[in-house]
Design a protein around this ligand. Sequence first.
Ligand code: ADP
Length: 156
Amino acid sequence: MSKIAVFPGSFDPFTIGHESIVRRAVNIFDKLIIAIGFNTNKTGFWPLEKRTKMITDIFIDDPRIVIDAYSDLTVDYCNRVGAHFMIRGLRTAVDFEYERSIGQSNKQLDPGIESVFILTAPEYTHVNSSIVRDIIGHNGDASMFMSKKVNYRDYL
Ligand code: ADP
C-alpha cells in the first residue's frame, strides 16, 4: 500500500517555509498532496488558480508531489484521496498550541489519520504568509520569502 500524505493549508501565498516542509516531508512518503483549503465564500488574497499554478510550477520536476484544492473538512478530503497522514509545519510555541488543537480535534474526528509535525528549519522560522501578503500589498519586494524556482510576480 502506498503511503500518501496531505499537506493542507491556505498557502496564501505559498512561501519558502512551506516549500522547505514539502521538500523534507516528501522523502518520508510515496506521494505528497499539497491541498489548498479554500472557503467558497472568501476569495483570499491570492486567487486560487494562481496559487495553484505557482505551486505546480515550483514542484514540476517531482512526480511524487501533486497539487489540489478542497473546501470540505480536511479529514474528509484525506479519506477521499486515500491519505492516512497529514503534514503540518511548526515554527514557534504559538504554532504548537494552534496545531495541537487542530491535530487533537482531527484525531477525534478520524482516528485513522495521523498528523505528522515537521519543525521548521531555523532560517524560515519568521517566514509567514500574512507578512508576505502585507509586503506585496504595499508594493514591497517579497522575493526573499518566496521560492527560488519561480518569479512570484508572474503569478500575481
Ligand atoms: P493554515 O491557514 O492552514 O494555517 P498556512 O498556509 O498558513 O495555512 O500554513 C500551512 C502549514 O504550514 C501550517 O502547518 C503552518 O504552521 C505551516 N507553515 C507556515 N509557514 C511556515 C514556515 N515558515 N515554516 C514551516 N512551516 C510553516
